[in-house]
Design a protein around this ligand. Sequence first.
Ligand code: SF4
Length: 104
Amino acid sequence: MTKPDGTYPSTCWECSTRCGSLVTLENGHVTKVGPNKDHPGSKGAFCVKGIRALPELTYSENRIRSPMRRVFPATHQILLRRIMPIIRNALKAMQGPQRAATRV
Ligand code: SF4
């Protein structure tokens, strides 16, 4: 369901800071992302990554729209239900500090 045109409070997910944002929608598309000075945590702080990432990544022709698997030297699409067991087994096989540093 698409919201009507307008500016809505939201949260930037480009890094773990989670700054408060204001997202402007026009005809179902994000046309502007900016700081939300009324957000209790970030209080208007916002960086260029947050301003540019959502519109540029969301509408990029190069956006990856399905899981991809690299089997050197090629990369190909793979179904999510097929890649999840592969990821699970690879994580189980990791040992030591590498395992602790893994975040999915
Ligand atoms: S605006 Fe910048 S600092 Fe804030 S959550 Fe987004 S990327 Fe992180």
